[in-house]
Design a protein around this ligand. Structure first.
Ligand SMILES: Cc1ncc(COP(=O)(O)O)c(C=O)c1O
Length: 410
């Protein structure tokens, strides 16, 4: 559409915006199980809105002009680092999301491998389980590294022996997920990071979803296998505040065991007429709202606030899990550790079930290989468990043929 000749009045404008928005996912009604991580608490939402309002116009590109933003970023990195036991020699930066944190980690490891091991970037490869987030394949693509996805085991965890076989002299990074997006299961981070350590290769523990879950589960007494910088082989961790840290979108942290490596992340440039230009991540101009929101929500909730939310969230997750397991045709895939689970069936077509759930307004994501339905559970879902399970039981009892992908998007 062309730019309108004349501006609209405000009422008409927002009437149109609301109309357009009406077809979007009804996440406020607990219908969405990925993309958004609502606490369901008005007080938390108010904090996020006020922080975003206060920093609507500022630009995080320049922390000298906006020192409050620079300091908030340092605080967020430090608070996050403390949660995952970053050593004092370590450091990190914020990024716009998990994918950018991962891109920065792959970049740093590619360039570190060139500097320290003489591996030409064009010859480098990264080794990861097929359950790794797509951001690793994307980073390999952008940075022209060979991607080596390694098939996972029947329990959906990384296959350590197969990963060991795939590593060679040109491997610049090995990774595992703690925990992974597709099934919510923990990879054997200790064994995988040891593989990398023994060979002098970087190891990325991807805790984009786990960083604001696992530290709290540990404190609540859950038995959590090691996954963070307490393992000597872990060199990088990605930690998204905009997932279970409950910040609004645009807030992730990339941490390095050695703060000296952050230099490899920076782009610094002086050969243009506008003086020194430097950025730690891909973006130039950067929104300030996500930084203010992340800092504010972390300080508003504090350790006890996160623990309280986590206690409730695990109780809600158990209700979903018990309800799904009570449906004879369904089974949970693998052993999910936190508030993320996927279920499948050996008897019925779960995509056909998902079609009926779509009709009732529930947005589940479809897993492949094998087919399954994916749920990231948030505190808001507490109010909707029973309603969901009633509809799921109905959908399992009444499903027909799966309508196929065209029907879903037309
Ligand atoms: C384990 C894991 N890593 C990375 C990402 C990518 O994060 P983002 O979508 O913020 O780029 C996700 C997103 O869900 C994830 O679950």
């Amino acid at each position: 559409m062309p730019l309108p000749d004349h501006g609209m009045n405000r009422d008409e404008l927002f009437e149109q915006v609301s109309q357009r928005k009406s077809a979007d996912a009804k996440w406020e009604q607990g219908r969405t199980f990925s993309l958004i991580y609502p606490t369901g608490r008005q007080d938390v939402d108010d904090v996020l809105m006020e922080a975003n309002r206060l920093y609507l116009y500022e630009n995080a590109l320049n922390p000298i002009r906006f020192p409050s933003l620079g300091q908030m970023e340092l605080d967020i990195v430090e608070m996050t680092g403390a949660l995952v036991n970053l050593p004092t020699a370590g450091g990190g930066t914020m990024a716009s999301g998990g994918s950018e944190s991962i891109l920065m980690s792959v970049l740093v490891n590619r360039d570190r491998a060139q500097r320290d091991r003489g591996i030409e970037p064009a010859k480098g490869n990264i080794v990861y389980p097929t359950s790794a987030h797509a951001a690793f394949a994307k980073a390999a693509h952008y940075l022209e590294l060979e991607a080596r996805p390694i098939p996972i085991k029947a329990d959906f965890t990384a296959d350590v022996d197969a990963m060991a076989d795939a590593i060679d002299d040109n491997t610049v990074l090995v990774m595992g997920s703690a925990y992974g997006y597709p099934h919510g299961v923990m990879d054997p981070i200790e064994d995988l990071s040891n593989l990398a350590l023994e060979r002098g290769i970087g190891f990325h523990s991807d805790t984009c979803v786990g960083a604001f879950v696992l530290p709290f589960l540990e404190r609540l007494g859950y038995d959590i296998p090691p996954y963070d910088f307490r393992l000597p082989g872990v060199t990088e961790m990605s930690c998204d505040v905009h997932k279970y840290g409950y910040a609004t979108k645009g807030a992730s942290v990339i941490l390095h065991r050695n703060s000296e490596w952050i230099g490899l992340q920076y782009f610094l440039y002086t050969s243009w007429p506008s003086g020194l230009y430097g950025t730690p991540t891909v973006a130039g101009a950067r929104p300030a709202g996500p930084i203010a929101a992340a800092w504010s929500v972390m300080n508003y909730l504090g350790m006890d606030g996160y623990l309280e939310l986590m206690r409730g969230l695990m109780a809600t997750t158990k209700k979903f899990r018990d309800g799904i397991e009570a449906i004879p045709q369904l089974r949970i895939m693998g052993n999910p550790i936190g508030p993320l689970l996927t279920f499948t069936s050996d008897e019925i077509d779960t995509y056909a079930v998902c079609d009926l759930m779509d009709d009732r307004g529930w947005n589940l994501d479809r897993n492949t290989n094998p087919n399954g339905l994916h749920m990231m559970i948030s505190p808001l879902h507490e109010k909707y468990v029973e309603e969901f399970l009633v509809d799921l039981r109905w959908a399992v009892a009444n499903h027909g043929e799966s309508r196929g992908i065209e029907a879903r998007y037309n």
